[in-house]
Design a protein around this ligand. Structure first.
Ligand code: HEC
Length: 253
């Protein structure tokens, strides 16, 4: 019995201690995301800026294999604009009648073209580290959008005393272990926004995160819209039933 109790106690201590020690780094700062809360919606101007950031910066290293060019229509791009964006990239297609594979311009129905032909090539170009696909990143990591924002803005030029960072690695306060193989991808004014928004590092990071969240959860706006409609419906129904109840009981008193 005592053995059993000791074992249970030890297991309980472990269960409490292990997650606590695995959780390193500072607590994530919560940003006010437009899509949070039951009535939250994406800000389409922000999504367009975020796409610009992905297109000009992140897509040099990261794929986003689950998003198709035609999905960009949701951000307000016209069919012609979507076609032009897709056509900038080449994809492998085939085989043709001769049995040959060939390359052609991407079409709106194609998924975002990856920067590298395969994982091996991606690693070779990135010091051995694989830049993960960003399609579901906003859902894949604990903290979601706040975590990605933290990574993008959490680089420090000089690590704390006593910490040495090997060549090709960078110090990041949010990344688990603090050593990341991604070079700091954004700095002030790295993009220039057509809508006049000031491109500070924080703004660029926020816009990129909004775009990645949309990529991972494109149906969120519809879901929230439906939620609002259901609430209105239930409210109207309640008023109707209340009126009905009064009418019925009026004659029964
Ligand atoms: C020069 C190439 C490069 C660019 C540009 C780049 N990344 Fe990365 N990124 C990497 C590599 C390599 C890793 C893997 C790091 C590691 O495992 O140490 C990574 C990792 C990440 C991670 C994952 C962190 C985790 O928890 O695994 C996120 C999120 C990320 N990048 C977002 C972005 C965003 C957003 C942009 C554009 C603003 C961007 N990256 C631009 C190379 C890049």
């Amino acid at each position: 019995m005592r053995k059993f109790l000791t074992a249970t106690f030890a297991a309980a201590v472990l269960a409490v201690a292990v997650p606590a020690s695995a959780e390193e780094g500072p607590a994530l700062e919560h940003q006010g995301w437009s899509w949070h809360g039951p009535f939250g919606q994406y800000d389409k101007a922000q999504l367009r800026r975020g796409f610009q950031v992905y297109r000009e910066i992140c897509s040099n290293c990261h794929s986003m294999k689950l998003v198709a060019y035609r999905n960009l229509a949701y951000l307000g791009f016209t069919d012609d604009e979507v076609k032009a964006i897709a056509a900038e990239k080449q994809v492998q297609d085939g085989p043709n009648d001769q049995g040959d594979m060939y390359s052609r311009a991407a079409r709106p129905s194609d998924r975002f073209v990856s920067p590298f032909p395969n994982d091996q090539a991606a690693r070779v170009a990135n010091n051995g580290a694989l830049p993960p696909d960003l399609s579901l990143m906003a859902k894949a990591r604990v903290g979601g959008p706040d975590y990605i924002y933290g990574i993008l803005t959490g680089f420090k030029d000089t690590p704390p005393e006593g910490v040495t960072i090997p060549d090709g690695m960078y110090y990041n306060i949010v990344f688990p272990g603090h050593q990341i193989a991604m070079p700091p991808p954004i700095s002030d004014d790295q993009v220039s926004y057509a809508d006049g928004t000031k491109a500070t590092r924080e703004q660029i990071a926020k816009d990129a995160v909004a775009f990645l969240n949309w990529g991972a959860e494109p149906e969120l706006d519809q879901r929230h819209n439906l939620g609002v409609k259901v609430l209105i419906f239930v409210f109207v129904l309640t008023v109707l039933f209340y009126a009905l109840k009064r009418k019925i009981w009026a004659t029964l008193h």
